[in-house]
Design a protein around this ligand. Structure first.
Ligand SMILES: [Zn+2]
Length: 340
């Protein structure tokens, strides 16, 4: 995501959640009904590549939808147009142009000038059709899944009646790091997962990427083949080490000691960087972080950093990670129980 409209994308997500809550929506969301209550919708037979055009300057707004799209794509388009209507800062006439080379169900990332508004409307559509509250409980706090469990999760997603790719894009938001999904030449990965490259991917790109996977599964989902890969060795609970409990230093003190040994005078800057990585990796508390998943994700992120990776060989660095991860889980557990 580009930083320029990150706040607007977050606001679009919030508007969708609000609508889901207010109307108590459960998949499959009747998006045709929702939009017909807010706009005049017309189906038009046109040859150009727009999926829809919405005129927001009319009251009520007018929405023209291309006739002949597949049902799943049309549902997403309607939800996307509803996004333009619900997001008050979207004005004028919006042409929702997608990749004209593709006539399948898949959501295509906008590449034209209005990409920011298009991205915000896509975010709204995704969170409306596949509500957070409906997906998150299935996977929150789970580091890994069996093949059968993932099949059940995808079967649940299918009830939302969105394309295979739109479904896994919604799912990946709620998954801890390490999960990658491939649909054709497109993909969706959870935050903190190694990046497969820019779509469209070739078969070789995908097979090279999957060669590094700890586990790969293949599923038939919404008429497509979905490949699922676990790219990090996720575990729930780290191996306890004798002596952890006898060490009375705080996590930060252990990190400072490790960095002094490895980096000498550069230690303060490296401590700062590592703290930043831990904060960034675990920022989304709703993912339900476990100690093991924090350790694995932070370890993987540090390993990508040439300036930091030497710290991984320090004999006490794992002690720091265990203490730090334990602190985060305990602190969030207390906050969680304080709310209830
Ligand atoms: Zn649009």
């Amino acid at each position: 995501m580009v930083a320029a409209n990150r706040a607007a994308v977050a606001e679009a997500a919030q508007r969708a959640r609000h609508l889901v809550e207010t109307l108590d929506l459960t998949p499959p969301v009747d998006v045709a009904q929702l939009i017909s209550e807010r706009a005049n919708v017309e189906y038009v037979d046109w040859s150009h590549s727009c999926d829809a055009v919405t005129s927001l300057s009319h009251e009520p707004p007018r929405v023209f939808v291309r006739q002949g799209a597949t049902p799943l794509r049309e549902r997403f388009t309607l939800a996307h147009e509803l996004g333009h209507i619900e997001l008050a800062w979207h004005v004028g006439t919006v042409d929702c142009v997608t990749d004209s080379a593709r006539e399948d169900d898949e959501v295509v990332f906008p590449q034209k000038a209005a990409w920011a508004q298009e991205q915000e409307a896509n975010e709204f559509a995704s969170r409306l059709l596949v509500p957070d509250r409906w997906v998150s409980p299935l996977v929150s706090g789970r580091t890994h899944f069996t093949h059968e469990e993932m099949r059940d999760i995808l079967a649940h997603l299918a009830e939302a009646n969105v394309s295979a790719l739109a479904g896994v894009i919604a799912l990946r938001r709620h998954l801890l790091p390490g999960h990658a999904f491939f649909v054709g030449d497109r993909f969706a990965v959870s935050d903190g997962t190694p990046w497969p490259g820019y779509p469209p991917l070739t078969i070789k790109d995908i097979s090279d990427y999957l060669a590094g996977a700890y586990e790969v599964g293949e599923f038939e989902h919404q008429g497509r083949t979905v490949k699922w890969a676990l790219m990090l060795p996720m575990v729930d609970v780290p191996q306890p080490v004798d002596g952890d409990s006898h060490d009375t230093r705080k996590a930060h003190e252990v990190l400072t000691d490790c960095c002094s040994d490895v980096f000498g005078d550069d230690a303060p800057a490296r401590v700062y960087s590592i703290n930043g990585i831990v904060g960034a990796v675990t920022r989304n508390a709703s993912l339900g972080w476990q100690e093991g998943s924090i350790i694995t994700a932070v370890h993987a992120r540090i390993n990508e950093r040439i300036d930091l990776r030497a710290i991984l060989d320090h004999p006490e660095f794992m002690l720091y990670l265990r203490k730090r991860a334990n602190g985060i889980v305990e602190r969030r557990g207390k906050k969680g129980s304080a709310r209830t």
